[in-house]
Design a protein. Structure first.
Length: 86
């Protein structure tokens, strides 16, 4: 199992975007503008892991000033290779 703890030290998101009432599972584009630019996420490539939180979910959003933990259960028989995250 790979556990990754992230603390987002970016500045606040745009006040206009925070007032849209968007929830984590809603789009990040409103009225032609991107919202939550200072929010972050972790996504892997090459690992065969679950796409649900707290794993490799594209919909998990870590806002400025928050700390989050991602957990990736990796079986002992997982194929070797070049695996990366961003």
């Amino acid at each position: 199992t790979w556990k990754l703890r992230i603390h987002n030290e970016l500045g606040p998101n745009s006040l206009d975007c925070n007032q849209t009432g968007l929830l984590p599972d809603q789009p990040v584009v409103t009225n032609g503008s991107y919202c939550f630019l200072n929010s972050t996420n972790i996504h892997t490539h090459g690992l065969h892991v679950n796409g649900l939180p707290p794993g490799d979910s594209l919909f998990t959003r870590l806002g400025p000033g928050n700390t989050g933990e991602w957990i990736f259960p990796i079986p002992a028989n997982h194929a070797g290779g070049t695996h990366w995250y961003h």
